[in-house]
Design a protein around this ligand. Structure first.
Ligand SMILES: NC(=O)c1ccc[n+]([C@@H]2O[C@H](COP(=O)([O-])OP(=O)(O)OC[C@H]3O[C@@H](n4cnc5c(N)ncnc54)[C@H](O)[C@@H]3O)[C@@H](O)[C@H]2O)c1
Length: 481
């Protein structure tokens, strides 16, 4: 390689075959047919599913992802568990492993657990050959690239006849995709951010993106700005959701209507209309984790007031889930023990099968705690995932025709067939905004439900008139009367 020219990348390896690694690499492979892309992971089941499953059963559900995988799988996109060989062959290695909130030790409950990132950095140090550009794709606390650099530099191997001298450039390229719209976000990003101090490494990555992204949208910054921009942009988005949810509660007691209020606010183009939909609170693997991380960072630097400010965004989110659970109980005559509630939607939002931090988890747990029996439906989430999230096994049979006397917690059962699941239920709770729930024929299902019956619409998905005309009681978030 000419030292003054950016490297022409021919082979990319991405460590982490998850919600970021999978779609991001699929889009790179699709737009850069001359580059061989390999995604590696320690999770053999996940890799096998990417490798062999039909395109409608990929490990990650994301609209339009299947079409791309069909085009590029085994052409220039490969999946493997042979991590060391894939690293050895690559010019550029993306680190897209998970960075969840720490559950023990220093910073427990706030700081990110960087052990996965550290272990794959060590793997890169061990296996890479010649010059390797290491791209930090995971969302990380500020100055994490320094940790990666330290690991790489401390393990540099000497050149010998079979191994060219190892060198590394570490750059940051945070991912801004949102689950559910990942493919369009990746194909048409608002911006691509690349942070680093090595111009040539930055240019090499910019050259890849420029296959399909206009150069004016490729922003170059220093490493720390790039890392902090990702954390804080998630914090800003989450803050808008907590803000609008706080306004929803004010609407409910004052007689205002959140749809009208958020439309009025959003038409101000200084504010804009996105992320002003009130709902059951934000979920997903990123918002809570990244804000907690920001809070930890602020506390570390002694910025107590700033830490408190961001912490309150999370507290309001928890409150939204708690108050929704409470008002369901209150409306069902103050008691839900042994009653049947149909939960519609378990994913943290529509068009994804991701349930991490989904509001449905806490709301379901609250209702089970009060003794309710839950029938849970989601078009993309399976029963195994729901048991893992609730940490309660699915019950083998749960029939509204049986009389239950739940002295303790309630039970839950997965619903395969939505149309058969309304029989004798006291309430339906919409927790994810799947399009198919808009098609429910309320005049038909009302006949099966036990009266007085309720529909709780936490996503403002339904038309109130369709529900009330069917003789059902209707509550929706932010709708004051
Ligand atoms: N999910 C999102 O919407 C999103 C968006 C932007 C950024 N991010 C960030 O991207 C990162 C990845 O998120 P995700 O949602 O794709 O996570 P994920 O849990 O879906 O995937 C991570 C994968 O990394 C694998 N892994 C962990 N340690 C490994 C190791 N040492 N070697 C090989 N594989 C290993 C895991 O088995 C897993 O399959 C996180 O830092 C996240 O904050 C996520």
């Amino acid at each position: 390689m000419n030292k003054l020219e950016p490297m022409k990348v021919k082979k990319i390896t991405c460590i982490g075959a998850g919600y970021v690694g999978g779609p991001t690499m699929a889009v790179i492979a699709d737009n850069c047919p001359e580059i061989i892309v390999t995604i590696v992971d320690i999770d053999e089941n996940r890799i096998n599913a990417w490798k062999y499953n039909p395109i409608n059963e990929l490990p990650i559900y994301e609209p339009k992802l299947g079409e791309i995988i069909e085009r590029v799988r085994n052409k220039n996109l490969f999946f493997s568990t042979d991590i060391s060989e894939s690293i050895a062959n690559a010019d550029m290695v993306f680190l897209a492993v998970n960075t969840p909130t720490k559950t023990k030790g220093i910073g427990s409950g706030q700081a990110s657990d960087l052990s996965m990132l550290e272990s794959c950095s060590r793997e890169v140090a061990k296996c890479s050959r010649g010059h390797t550009i290491v791209v930090e794709k995971s969302t990380v606390p500020v100055r994490t690239a320094e940790v990666i650099k330290k690991i790489l530099d401390a393990n540099l191997k000497k050149e010998d006849s079979s191994n060219p001298q190892q060198t590394f450039s570490v750059i940051s390229n945070p991912e801004f995709l949102a689950e559910g719209t990942a493919i369009s976000d990746l194909n048409n990003p608002d911006r691509v951010l690349i942070g680093g101090d090595n111009e040539l490494a930055i240019e090499s990555l910019a050259d890849i993106y420029s296959h399909w992204v206009d150069r004016s949208k490729i922003i170059k910054t220093n490493l720390w700005s790039s890392e902090l921009s990702k954390l804080t942009s998630n914090a800003f988005l989450a803050q808008r959701i907590s803000s609008i949810n706080s306004v929803a509660e004010i609407c409910e007691v004052t007689g205002a209507n959140i749809k009208e209020v958020s439309k009025a606010i959003g038409l101000d183009n200084r504010i804009g209309k996105k992320f002003l939909n009130s709902g059951p609170g934000f979920g997903g693997s990123c918002f809570q984790k990244d804000i907690l991380n920001l809070v930890y960072l602020c506390e570390y630097f002694g910025l107590t007031r700033v830490a408190r400010y961001w912490q309150s965004v999370i507290e309001l989110n928890d409150w939204q889930q708690e108050r929704i659970s409470k008002l369901i109980t209150e409306n069902l005559l103050g008691n839900i023990s042994s009653k049947f509630i149909l939960i519609l939607g378990f994913a943290f939002k529509a068009n994804t099968n991701d349930t991490r931090e989904s509001s449905a988890i806490q709301i379901s747990l609250n209702l089970l705690e009060e003794g309710a029996n839950l029938l849970i439906h989601d078009p993309q989430v399976n029963s195994k995932q729901i048991s893992l999230d609730l940490r309660i096994e699915e019950t083998t049979s749960l029939s509204p025709d049986t009389n239950y006397n739940n002295k303790d917690k309630g039970k839950w059962k997965y619903v395969n067939n939505l149309s058969n699941s309304f029989s004798q239920v006291d309430a339906v709770v919409i927790l994810t905004e799947w399009e198919e729930y808009k098609l429910i024929d309320w005049k038909k299902v009302t006949k099966k439900m036990r009266k007085p019956a309720w529909v709780f619409d936490t996503r403002l998905l339904l038309e109130e008139k369709n529900i009330t005309d069917a003789g059902l009681n209707y509550w929706s978030v932010g709708n004051g009367r």
